[in-house]
Design a protein around this ligand. Sequence first.
Ligand code: SF4
Length: 352
Amino acid sequence: MSRALSEFTCSELEQLLVSRGQKPSHAARLLRAYYLSGGDTAGWSALRLPAGFADALRAAIPEKSSALARQQTSADGTTKLLLRIHDSRTVESVLMPDFRADRAAGCISSQVGCAMGCDFCATTQTGFERNLSAGEIVEQFLALRREALSTGRRLQTLVFMGMGEPLLNLDAVLAAVDRIGRNDLGALGWRQITISTVGIVPGIEALTRANLGHHLALSLHAPDDETRASLLPMGKRFPIAEILAAADRYQAASGRPTTIQYCLLEGVNDSLEQARALAALLGPRRMHVNLLRYNPTGLSLKGRTYAPSSQEHTERFLAELRSVGAIAHLRRARGPDIDAACGQLRRREAAR
Ligand code: SF4
């Protein structure tokens, strides 16, 4: 298959235009129309271009390398898209309506499957298949933007919290962020993007060096290394202290507060003592804690069955964090009536 338009940087498209005897300045206008429409080249016809040029370019470069395979929409408006990529593998992206009627947030994947083995996660149960290319990541952004436009909303923010560990596919993720972040090309803006990680310390250091201006989120899920390693195998490789130190450096360089993701699991990480330990760990750090509701995924890799923390324990945990001045929020569960947990829809599609 020819290289899709989503794989082109602006300078690569400029070179292609020059090789076809066209002005390089058309490249930014072509990409802008493509990004603003959510991955459609129909808008090229409205641009002032040499006769026949738009059609010739459309014939030479496919718009995309993926297609929508399945879509689920929850009663709360959360929409999950399953995109089939050119080698028949599938990848999940999610659109979540904001409380403001005209906005939405998106969540995209960086890999097909995942090798991280987080015990409560459905994605990792089918293993790791391959990294996504930058264009395949960009196409998820475009699909979500298109879906948001169809419901009268604007895609406002984007998080890399879907399938995969973004920092283990760093080159493609950074190349995609570089394009998705370019608001001169009609894309989102770097500050609207968050990259989430289980805590790959060299990857966080690489993000600090790249200095693209996006936000960083850490999937912590426990305040001590022992509990964390029982949930996230990567916790054995990188202790919490090292991860937080790397996040401190990212925060200092970028000026953006890090988000701590903490999924509350009943009887595992939701006690009052663990709330106090988390508060002590964060101490004077200017980091934000997002407490997440767990979407059950059935039997885990280790044969456990996790349950979401009860309302009482959740509120107690949140109140304890806030009582010591931590900035903490409870994120409501999204799409509980669909395959909401990361990897569930893809698993169901594979079984089908
Ligand atoms: S939670 Fe994220 S990093 Fe962990 S296994 Fe699932 S997809 Fe991978």
